[in-house]
Design a protein around this ligand. Structure first.
Ligand SMILES: [Zn+2]
Length: 163
C-alpha cells in the first residue's frame, strides 16, 4: 500500500459517518425524511418538464389591461352548452397553464376570466387540444394580428450566478 490519497481519506470518513448514522435508528430515520423531502422538492420540477416556477406570480396592470382589451372586456370561458360566458364585470387575469404548475406570468399565457370561472378553474395543466381550442375560438374575438396561441412557459429562468 502506497498510502491513501486525500480523496480516499474523505471517502473513508464519509463512509464511517454514514455507517454511524445508519446504526443509529433515529438518525437513519432523519436521513430518510430529508431524502424524501428532497424528492418531493424535485417532483414538481419534473412535472414542469424542467421549468421551475416563474418567480413573478401576478400580472402587471399593463398586462391585465392588455388581456381585457384583446378579449373585448369579456370572460374567455366557454362551455359546451352555452358558448362563451357573458361575464364582463370584475374580470381577472388568469394563467391558462397554472402558475403553480410552471406556467409563465406572461401575456401569452394569460386569459381574462370572470370571478366565477377563475374560481371554478382547477389547478390542472390544460391539455394540448384545450389550448388549440382556445386559440381557435380567440380568432373570432381577438383583434386581427393579435397572437391567439398560448405559450405555457417563458424562457428558462437564467442562473443568477451568470447574470
Ligand atoms: Zn365567465
Amino acid at each position: 500500500m502506497a498510502g491513501s490519497s486525500p480523496g480516499d481519506i474523505v471517502g473513508e470518513v464519509l463512509r464511517s459517518a454514514l455507517a454511524e448514522v445508519l446504526s443509529t435508528p433515529w438518525l437513519a430515520g432523519l436521513l430518510a425524511v430529508i431524502t424524501l423531502g428532497k424528492l418531493v422538492q424535485l417532483g414538481p420540477a419534473m412535472v414542469h418538464g424542467g421549468h421551475g416556477r416563474d418567480p413573478r406570480r401576478t400580472f402587471s396592470r399593463a398586462e391585465k389591461a392588455e388581456f381585457l382589451e384583446r378579449a373585448g372586456h369579456r370572460c374567455e370561458h366557454h362551455s359546451w352548452l352555452l358558448g362563451r360566458c357573458r361575464g364582463t364585470e370584475a374580470l381577472q387575469a388568469d394563467h391558462v397553464h397554472p402558475h403553480s404548475r410552471g406556467g409563465a406570468t406572461d401575456v401569452l399565457n394569460g386569459q381574462a376570466l370572470c370571478r366565477r370561472h377563475n374560481k371554478q378553474k382547477s389547478d390542472r395543466p390544460p391539455w394540448r387540444w384545450e389550448l388549440n381550442r382556445l386559440a381557435r375560438r380567440r380568432e373570432s374575438y381577438f383583434p386581427p394580428g393579435t397572437p391567439t396561441a398560448v405559450l405555457r412557459y417563458g424562457p428558462p429562468v437564467p442562473d443568477p450566478v451568470e447574470v
